[in-house]
Design a binder for this molecule. Structure first.
Ligand code: 173
Length: 323
């Protein structure tokens, strides 16, 4: 009798008709706004490997790929509409939907603190309202941006220079007199090669991934801000998950975000690699460095406040260094 019951139960489970849809393995469609296997995709790829290992028979992520599959500035829209379920993307790439997301670059406190001081919850509400999404994990932090140039500068002035940007750098570079042109990362190499731009903004890591070191003469120090790349999930996709599926995702997300401080080691590796590649450092030091960095933050916060006065003021309280 018991044996018969168990056989019947096994048949039901195999047919997926037991416990309705909840017992079935769910597959989420995942996309990265950075090229596959390059620095800013690697954390997401580790996250996918973990979910797919821990989630066998429960939840899986089908990794569609990077910008070859979808233009990076479209990823926010695709996530919002549920065209993709889970995305690796930085706030600057979806400012069309949520200008406040670009303020992540201005955090001067660790994410562990921002998750406690109300800043994370404040942002989470904006992700809910504006992007129909849940912010799972920031895997890039402590990773400064820099100006890379092919023409030297001797003072903090970018007049007569044409620089490749994303929203990350716009206000700061323009405040220093630069002419700016926005491109996806995939277009930077060609823009440099053709002399369409005299330089570009990019973090300290990753310029080797797409070969830009071949077309880069100078890096300007110090760096500024803290690059943010994060894993987001569409809210409807999230709401369809059962408790076990959600747990696999949230555990992997916490695991991934906990690794973000290790970005610092990669910063050091790429600084050495840039030096070995012959990239010269134009260093502003002392009071110049202080002025350079405070200009960077002032210009960016002014930009955030202009686009979103109320939320911007709150975010500044949560994100900026305590005075
Ligand atoms: O320069 C960029 O494309 C950009 O905005 C960015 C943001 C985070 C990480 C790497 C690049």
């Amino acid at each position: 009798m018991l044996k018969q019951l168990l056989t019947a139960l096994a048949a039901l489970l195999a047919a997926g008709s037991f416990g309705a849809a909840n017992a079935q393995e769910v597959t989420l469609k995942g996309i990265s706004s950075f090229a596959e296997k390059t620095f800013y995709s690697r954390g997401f790829e580790r996250f996918i490997d973990k979910v797919n290992a821990d989630g066998k028979g429960v939840i899986q992520i089908n990794y569609i790929g990077g910008p070859k599959a979808m233009p990076p500035f479209e990823v926010g829209n695709a996530l919002k509409g549920g065209v993709v379920d889970i995305a690796n993307v930085t706030g600057a790439f979806y400012t069309n939907l949520m200008p406040e997301a670009d303020a992540w670059k201005l955090t001067e406190r660790p994410m562990s603190e921002i998750r406690k001081n109300g800043g994370f919850d404040y942002m989470a509400r904006l992700y809910d309202q504006k992007l129909n999404a849940i912010f799972l994990a920031r895997h890039i932090d402590n990773n400064p941006f820099h100006i890379y140039l092919n023409k030297p500068i001797s003072k903090i002035d970018l007049t007569d220079l044409k620089l490749r940007i994303t929203p990350v750098y716009r206000d700061f570079f323009q405040s220093l007199g630069a002419t700016v042109v926005q491109t996806a990362p995939g277009e930077v190499y060609t823009a440099l090669e053709r002399g369409v731009v005299d330089g570009y903004g990019w973090p300290i890591t990753g310029i080797f991934d797409l070969g830009w070191h071949e077309k880069t003469k100078f890096r300007v120090d110090p760096g500024f801000y803290s690059a943010e790349v994060s894993v987001l999930i569409n809210k409807d996709a999230w709401n369809r998950l059962n408790a076990a599926q959600k747990k696999i995702i949230t555990d992997a997300a916490a695991w991934l975000e906990a690794q973000a401080p290790e970005t610092v080691k990669e910063n050091e590796t790429d600084i050495a690699r840039q030096k070995a590649a012959g990239i010269q450092v134009i260093a502003f030091t002392g009071a110049d460095a202080v002025a350079f960095r405070s200009k960077a933050y002032e210009a960016a916060w002014a930009g955030v406040l202009k686009q979103s006065p109320e939320h911007g003021a709150k975010l500044r309280e949560f994100f900026a260094k305590a005075k």
